[in-house]
Ligand binder design. Structure first.
Ligand code: 13P
Ligand code: SF4
Length: 346
């Protein structure tokens, strides 16, 4: 075990000595080595979202990625236990795809402002108001909302999913900004009906996409003014924005894509400076993997939910096999159809 801890410390220190203090790296290396030992003993797999803090991101996950990649890995897993180092809706997606496996999320507090913005009853109301219009649901939702939907999407495949439907109209929930960004890319006109069911839409052409007023509490904070200010100081900066940012911010940026698309963009290009408008830990992870590139940060913006997932909690999660994701089987079966359809598209 001492050898494993030393090897882990050497790995983390090689990658993160500029970001994380040495005494912390030593402590984290010890916890990570114990997690990796337990992972084998319990025949578990660990999936880690790109937003995990650097020491966790580079030590314990068997797979890292964006929501789409991790859904695919979850679908392919042959282990008895899946530990999802991400937020609850991601762990739920793994459970939807693996009903017989034990799926754990290390903290019960890892929510998401988008997932909390809409309920299954809200979706039923929308379907009643816009009958026969297919419902595309962002993966950042809970299982009962997915169960009311025709198909899911992630930030990595939203445009492909909408185009795959070949319909004039679509309900796209719950992210107001992602919907607006997809509407622009697919050339659709979007409306946001209020929760008041008396609001009527007369003309069929008045709406091609029906959105919902959900927002990511992290990405909604970035403004065009931030971009203008950064460009003033660093005129040659390349700015990447997650599509949960407002359409104005996406428009003012140089590139927009899922978390993995942003990582790949930085890896494959060479610019004097990069700025990623997304959760700040990811900037640290990308900086560690690209020491020759200059990453600027707007680090006032962190996801409080993703930050709930720590190495300490992950160790306890594996030791006590907590916090297990449980989904009603009827709900799961319906949600499975929507997630599976998405995985067939791309
Ligand atoms: P990705 O699917 O791009 O990783 O995004 C997940 C998320 O929660 C972004 O805030
Ligand atoms: Fe949800 Fe936003 Fe956090 Fe992603 S960054 S998990 S969308 S609150």
């Amino acid at each position: 075990m001492i050898t494993e801890t030393h090897a882990m410390y050497d790995k983390l220190s090689g990658l993160l000595s500029d970001t994380v203090p040495d005494f912390e790296l030593r402590m984290k290396a010890e916890i990570a080595a114990e997690i990796n030992r337990l992972k084998i003993e319990k025949n578990a797999v660990i999936l880690g979202h790109n937003y995990m803090e650097p020491a966790l991101f580079y030590s314990i996950p068997d797979y890292v990625g964006d929501s789409l990649e991790l859904s695919r890995k979850a679908a392919q897993s042959d282990k008895d236990i899946i530990v999802f180092c991400g937020v609850k809706f991601m762990a739920e997606t793994a459970k939807i795809l693996n009903p017989t496996k034990k799926v754990l999320v290390p903290s019960p507090k890892a929510g998401c402002s988008l997932a909390e913005s809409i309920t299954a009853a809200d979706v039923r109301d929308l379907k009643a108001r816009f009958p026969a219009v297919p419902v595309v649901t962002y993966i950042n939702t809970y299982a009962d909302v997915k169960a009311e939907s025709d198909i899911c999407c992630t930030s990595g495949n939203a445009v492909a999913v909408v185009n795959s439907l070949n319909t004039d109209r679509v309900i796209f929930i719950p992210d107001e900004y992602l919907a607006a960004n997809v509407a622009r890319e697919t050339g659709k006109h979007i409306i946001y009906p209020t929760r008041d069911p008396r609001q009527k839409f007369q003309d069929d052409l008045e709406y091609q996409m029906v959105g919902w007023p959900g927002r990511c509490e992290v990405h909604e904070k970035f403004t065009v003014e931030d971009i203008v200010n950064v460009r003033k100081q660093f005129p040659d900066v390349v700015i990447l924005a997650h599509p949960e940012c407002s359409p104005e911010v996406v428009e003012a940026s140089d590139f927009s894509g899922s978390t993995t698309a942003m990582i790949n963009y930085v890896q494959k290009t060479r610019a004097p400076h990069y700025l990623m408008l997304t959760e700040c830990s990811m900037g640290d992870n990308v900086a560690a993997a690209n020491p020759d590139k200059e990453m600027l940060r707007l680090c006032s913006v962190r996801c409080p939910h993703m930050n709930e997932i720590t190495l300490e909690d992950t160790l306890e999660s594996l030791q006590k096999e907590q916090f297990e994701i449980v989904i009603d089987e009827e709900v799961r079966k319906k949600a499975y159809v929507a997630v599976e359809r998405m995985l067939h598209i791309g």
